[in-house]
Design a protein around this ligand. Structure first.
Ligand code: 5AD
Ligand code: SF4
Length: 442
């Protein structure tokens, strides 16, 4: 009988991607099968996130629960992967010595050998190196057909924002060779994929020099993909305002496959806070990117990450964030209360804001974005729009959900046969927060 694995994923899309790759290794190279029932698993892996303190503490409480499973069955192998593994490798082996494997975000491809080692080792086996692009070269490609797929184009971050652990846990920016990316997308296209989401901590810092000395930046990569491969939609996440260059504007001008939605984290609307965060741009510079893109693509929508309660953030600074939200009309946000991370420069700044104020600010920010988004949704009722159907609606089981090019989610009547189809629809109503529509043609 095949051994079984269970993987729990916390954190960002990069982690989702890494977990998929680990699942692939376990199934294809190690002959395991997936289970959703922890109690049945021979290998339990948690793929962790350490971007905020809460996320990190969650790992240790989860490990406490898994320890009980191991007490019942000592043959279970427990692994901790991802950013907590990278940041707390020593602490994991001392705080949770029953953990068998600690695997950093850049060494997940070594899972088969780490697993073998862990079976014979009495101590926790730890591998949290950053072996540059070795990871990209050593992961099997996915063979199941999915209409929308992530493709990693770069990893790590060299921006060193003062509050963030990513450059330390995932390492500095490393771009994947162009040919590998093209080959992966080509395989996906041949397998039925219609949309790709280019993935990386700062995708627009992509930089690759080929054997002949030709430089490929992110904008050129977009042209390469759009002009050479039969892909219907190209999305990307996440990008950084400082790496927004002419080639990328040109891509928005010339490439219809590039969707009209951009996730461009601003973090704060106050120049003082942006400087303390070491983000490297001002609000005006950020706004000038948005302005140019709106000229090129009038229907473009934006989303952003925000941090509230950064040390030194006054009520006035916070209100500047609200102002920028209203001005740009972000449709969606990933917003967080500042979390002090050990080893980052901001950790030494006195945190002078009460938890209560931080929570109030977060709540107000989220409410502002939600109500703006709802108002904007109303404005598209009656419009004829193209959607890519992504799956069955989570609210209505006789409906499917699709996404417009500018990232609006729309429910239409239909069943699973429509999944993966690109359809023209008419938006008919806004039911509470949910947009509904009807098919115009197939
Ligand atoms: N505290 C709160 N939020 C953080 N982020 C990164 N580091 C921290 C931190 N220390 C948020 C930023 C980033 C997103 C991925 O996580 O908004 O864009
Ligand atoms: Fe962290 Fe800043 Fe890099 Fe984003 S750009 S991953 S916030 S250091």
């Amino acid at each position: 009988m095949k051994k079984k694995y269970y993987i729990e994923t916390q954190g960002c899309q990069m982690n989702e991607y890494d977990s998929d790759k680990m699942k692939n290794l376990l199934s294809k190279e190690m002959n395991f099968e997936n289970t959703e029932i922890k109690e049945d698993a021979d290998v339990l892996i948690v793929n962790t996130c350490s971007i905020r303190e809460k996320a990190q503490e969650k790992v240790f409480s989860l490990l406490g629960k898994w320890r009980k499973l191991k007490q019942k069955n000592p043959n279970i192998v427990i692994g901790v992967a991802g950013c907590v593994a990278s940041q707390e490798s020593v602490e994991i082996s001392s705080r949770a010595p029953y953990v068998d494997m600690v695997i950093g975000p850049q060494t997940i491809h070594r899972l088969p050998e780490l697993y073998k080692k862990s079976l014979v080792s009495k101590k926790t086996v730890v591998d949290v190196e950053f072996p540059l692009i070795e990871k990209f070269d050593n992961l099997p490609t996915v063979t199941e057909s999915k209409f929308s797929e992530f493709v990693t184009i770069m990893e790590g971050c060299s921006k060193y924002c003062s509050y963030c652990v990513v450059p330390y846990t995932r390492g500095t920016e490393v771009s994947r060779p162009l040919n590998d990316i093209i080959e992966e997308i080509n395989n996906l296209v041949n397998n039925g994929t219609k949309e790709i989401i280019l993935l990386g901590q700062n995708v627009n810092a992509y930089f690759y020099e080929d054997k002949n000395g030709n430089i490929i930046n992110f904008g050129l990569l977009l042209f390469y993909i759009a002009k050479n491969l039969d892909i219907k939609r190209i999305r990307f996440t996440t990008s950084h305002p400082n790496n927004f260059d002419e080639q990328i504007y040109l891509a928005y001008e010339k490439l219809p496959q590039l969707v009209s939605h951009l996730h461009l984290p601003i973090q704060s609307g106050s120049d003082k806070i942006l400087a303390a965060m070491k983000r490297g741009y001002t609000v005006l510079e950020y706004k000038s990117i948005i302005k140019r893109l709106k000229i090129i693509r009038p229907d473009i929508t934006f989303s952003s990450d925000f941090i509230v309660g950064f040390p030194g953030e006054t009520e006035g600074d916070f209100l500047k964030t609200i102002d920028i939200i209203k001005e740009i009309q972000f449709d969606q946000s990933y917003s967080f209360i500042y979390s002090k991370r050990p080893g980052t420069p901001a950790a030494s700044i006195e945190d002078n804001i009460s938890d209560e104020i931080k929570k109030e600010r977060l709540c107000y920010l989220k409410e502002t974005i939600n109500s703006l988004s709802k108002n904007r949704s109303k404005t598209i009722i009656g419009e004829k729009i193209e959607i890519l159907v992504e799956g069955i609606s989570s609210k209505y089981n006789d409906m499917v959900v699709g996404r417009t090019k500018n990232n609006k989610i729309i429910n239409i009547a239909g069943n699973s046969t429509l999944i993966g189809e690109i359809l023209n629809i008419k938006v008919t109503e806004l039911d509470n927060k949910t947009l509904k529509g009807e098919i115009l043609n197939i």
